[in-house]
Design a protein. Structure first.
Lengths: 80, 152
């Protein structure tokens, strides 16, 4: 299945994209999606265990994702 | 209760008016502004960007938490995104309550939580022409941080 992965701020700059479409096996978990990102030539610039959100909620790395989900890799936040 | 991510100047006084009322004996207004100096570098301005849909949702949740914990619906928060200059307000939190102690505590809770949880980022521009993404010290390396954030 194809999963949509959103990138922001420093991660979007580092990877040169604000959105990725990644092929992962069905039943894949957040950590599997991260593995795919890290497997990209530019993916090394993302830290090992970044914060991730699935459908606009912070998610653990063992959460299962589906093709309809919006996965986002969240750089260190700096609001306020 | 109301919260919003906005791309315009925040009208500080109108937020205060929105929460004030005769039942409330205390109104607390917090205004976060862009500083002219950060880590020794002279700042000329900041670009704020957000994962807007999530930031709106998370901010609304923080306000709901403060409302139920301190027992007041009179909480209004706006966080600005886009290009801000020094001294511009980036975040304004207005809280009113019958008593001051609860008003102060609820206001403090909202600012501390939003700094930890809102998916908002800032790129600082310096007078010498450099610019950098600012990391505010949020945990990024351990998977434990996911549980901590999501569990609130």
């Amino acid at each position: 299945m194809t999963v949509r992965v959103l990138l922001f701020a420093s991660y979007a700059d580092a990877l040169g994209a604000s959105e990725l479409a990644l092929e992962v096996p069905s039943g894949a978990r957040v950590r599997d999606v991260l593995e795919r990102v890290k497997g990209l030539a530019v993916g090394k610039r993302v830290p090992d265990k970044p914060m991730v959100a699935v459908n606009q909620r912070y998610a653990r790395d063992d959460q299962v994702v589906s093709a309809a989900d919006e996965v986002a890799i969240i750089p260190p936040v700096a609001g306020g | 209760m109301r919260s919003a991510i906005v791309a315009r100047t925040i009208d500080t006084c109108s937020l205060l008016r929105e929460v004030s009322g005769s039942r409330n004996g205390a109104s607390v207004l917090f205004v976060g502004t862009v500083r002219d100096l950060n880590d020794g570098s002279a700042v000329s301005g900041i670009d704020y960007s957000a994962y807007a849909t999530m930031a709106e949702r998370e901010l609304a949740e923080i306000v709901r938490e403060a409302s139920s914990r301190w027992g007041t619906d009179d909480i209004v928060v706006e966080h600005r995104i886009g290009t801000l200059e020094v001294a511009d307000a980036s975040v304004v939190i207005a809280v009113a309550h019958p008593h001051r102690d609860e008003a102060y505590q609820a206001s403090r809770y909202v600012i501390e939580e939003l700094k930890k949880r809102l998916p908002i980022w800032k790129r600082e521009h310096y007078l010498d022409g450099r610019s950098e993404w600012v990391a505010q010290g949020a945990p990024t390396e351990s998977s434990g941080s996911h549980t901590e954030v999501a569990g609130r």
